[in-house]
Design a protein around this ligand. Structure first.
Ligand code: G3P
Ligand code: CA
Length: 252
């Protein structure tokens, strides 16, 4: 069985821009997404969490403190409050005014300008909160261009149940005893370990591939590690340096 996400023989690894081109632009903003697109990234990776009034926003941290002048948990702020925050200045002054995107805005930008999304459901979500994410993806007509991933098993179960058409990947910082069994039990399309976790048992790539399950590894920024993953047959690499990985692939 092939999920459609296994890397064909001789093809380059999929370039997945971690939080957008986050080494060159403020993470998880539309400008980071534009930089990633120009860099030749195949996918942008993001992190989605709900505002206090239930709107899915794109933000990595549980609070707005690090990447905006605001304070407090994202889940305690309304969409209107989140929309007043500058998410660019912390990175560099000329990004001042970059907004926190909603998931809908991010998907609309990808639909009209091009690109695919590796959407991370960040933190615990209720079934209703996952249903809202699914509704947004469908409303933006982006079902065929979104891959859902999460550390949260329940979020993946809700996604599978509510939207079986969406591919799902499980993020792991430590490997399961039997990753293939876990992937089968959850009906996963991909199993996505950290680079450090994969290094403890690189042979799982072949095992997962034999079961038709893709492997996308995070967050890998060095050519030496790209070479190791390429040799293992890894399907996709999540990186802060999409331009460099695209160039490395092309030189390859
Ligand atoms: O895509 C996987 C990676 O993003 C997980 O770590 O903390 O950057 O969301 P984090
Ligand atoms: Ca992430």
């Amino acid at each position: 069985p092939d999920s459609g996400y296994l890397r064909p023989e001789g093809a380059p690894m999929t370039v997945i821009a971690h939080r957008g081109a986050s080494s060159a632009a403020p993470e998880n903003t539309l400008v980071a997404q534009e930089v990633a697109r120009r860099a030749g990234a195949d996918f942008v990776e993001n992190d989605v969490q709900p505002s206090s009034d239930g709107v899915p926003f794109v933000l990595h941290d549980t609070t707005v403190d690090r990447t905006t002048p605001g304070t407090g948990p994202i889940r305690s702020l309304t969409a209107a409050q989140l929309k007043t925050l500058d998410a660019g200045s912390w990175f560099a002054p000329h990004f001042a005014g970059a907004a926190l995107p909603t998931l809908a805005e991010q998907l609309a930008d990808l639909r009209t300008r091009g690109g695919n999304l590796l959407l991370e459901i960040k933190g615990a979500h209720t079934r209703d909160q996952v249903a809202t994410i699914v509704e947004v993806i469908r409303a933006e007509r982006m079902t065929g261009r979104v891959f859902v991933q999460s550390f949260d098993v329940d979020a993946l179960r809700y996604t599978r149940d509510l939207a079986p058409e969406l591919p799902t990947g499980l993020l792991r910082g430590t490997l399961d005893a039997d990753p293939v069994a876990t992937a089968r039990e959850l009906g996963l399309t991909a199993y996505n370990p950290s680079g450090a976790a994969l290094a403890t048992r690189p042979g799982i790539v072949a095992d997962l591939h034999a079961a038709g399950i893709a492997v996308m590894v995070w967050t890998i920024n060095s050519p030496a590690q790209w070479k190791q993953l390429d040799d293992l047959g890894v399907d996709g690499v999540i990186t802060d340096r999409p331009a460099e990985l695209a160039g490395w692939n092309a030189a390859g």
